[in-house]
Design a protein around this ligand. Sequence first.
Ligand code: ATP
Ligand code: MG
Length: 582
Amino acid sequence: MFSVLRDLGWFFRREKRRYSIGLILLIVVGVLELLPPRLLGNAIDEIVRGSITTGSLLKYIGAITVMMLIIYWITYVWMHKLFGGSNLVERLLRSRFMNHLMTMTPSFFEKNRTGDLMARATNDIRAVATTVGFGMLTLVDSTVYLSVVLLAMGFLVSWKLTLAAVLPLPLIAIAMIFYGKAIHDRYSLAQDAFGDMNDQVLESVSGIRVIRAYVQERLDEKRFADITEDVYRKNMAVARVDAFFEPTIRFCVGLSYIIALTYGIYLVFRNQITLGDLVSFNMYLGMIVWPMFAIGELINIMQRGGASLERIDETTNTRPDVADVASPVAVAQPTRIDFKDVTFRYPTSTIDNLSGVSFSLSQGQTLGVVGRTGSGKSTLLKQLLHEYPTGKGDIRIADVPIESIALDKLHSWMGYVPQEQILFSKSVRENIQFGYDKASDERIMQAITAAAFQNDLGTLSDGLDTLVGERGVSLSGGQKQRVSISRAFIANPEILILDDALSAVDARTEARIIDNIREERAGKTTLISTHRLSAVEHADLILVLDNGHIIERGTHQELLEMNGWYREQFDRQQVENNLSGE
Ligand code: ATP
Ligand code: MG
């Protein structure tokens, strides 16, 4: 049950000072709070005996007042320490979680859904923070504080009466262990359901245009209603157990009072304790009501925190399937790229997505990759990013196996324009400067000109500072592509990868961009995949893929002479171009 505290041991060790001070003060306050009831009991006994004077009464009142002021101050300090720790652990856990996500490879994000990850990063981390703050408070109150009050009851009043009054305590313990297990299981289910719901919201909001276009609003509402119903039912299941805590404890507290009162009065009549003793005892009894509740809260909070921490750890304990090498081989320049008999399949795929792919490219050359849709063009280009565990065969850069090159180094060479544009909800300028924030305006304009985006700039409301909206919704498809190309250009990467990056621009713009690429990237390596053969005519080597195999290879001229797929495709595109008059 307390495994959550053990698992957070690193945090408590780190914040040793904070927690030592906080907990010691909490106990000091507990002890100080014992004195006013005893003083009051003594005062009553003096009244009963008739020995009270104005002087001694003032002494009692003065002592109680001073005590209260001290308690006030100390309580402030420990509250601050304890609940400050809660905010701190929240921040630490969240940045650890986020840093972990950053090291994860695409396969991780194929398995884990965004909504659920978000639920873990917010809801679950919040629950753990509560455990660290409020949970620690209830832990101390239900153990140390409870014992201190019980000792005071025994030593300062009567052991007999104390033992009788705590008879219902074991009952609470048994009930709490029983409820605790139920809370843990039901709460885990509720949190999972919340993650699913998050995911659904995310998908509905980002897909709203398609949902509207296909008039699927009703169906989507229905799906959402179902999933909120599920979350509701699971939270209600938690609430049903939750609701048992309070009455159970109230019942036990009531029992304690009945026992204390009947037995206490009996003892007063037998002259074993004084009336003042009984008054003090009842005040102490009032003081252990909260610790008894704290036992219940403690179990509840520990179970929730434990379940949430399990969910967080499940994510942070996944190791990336492409780990950085321990001792990378230093490579100064990616002088050549060699694929030798490379066979690769995605972790979730049942067939090879690349088979026996071999080619060599020296620095400064351009590679074209063409082929039917789904033939493996993107897969081939992505091999250079080393996002997935490598398959069979050998991928070498400057004669060093790609597995032995530090990922940071590898990625620093690459400018990658993915087939799916990724823009951030920032300005055009920030999107272009993304990987290279030192870029001057002049350099930005140069990249924009190379990507043939300068004319579009005039049509945007704020030019470079236009906000592109979430995922670039306010730009056209072709504009998004060219912003992405500018982003790749700006750092002048050693290796530029354009994955079907010109698919949404017209033929004339494409020709302009290709010309610019040839000029700007003289001496640097470029890899281009495309459906429009005109984009790779100039390449030093063109590969034609089919089903992950290379079926034809050569330069544009050689491929035309082969009279194969390339020739057929080329002729068809010529006809289309003539028809459309471009
Ligand atoms: P297009 O011209 O449409 O962009 P492509 O030639 O780039 O197609 P790839 O994206 O490389 O094709 O896909 C090759 C094959 O790999 C396809 O059959 C596809 O289903 C599969 N595939 C692609 N990505 C994944 C993935 N992440 N997990 C599993 N299979 C994948
Ligand atoms: Mg592709």
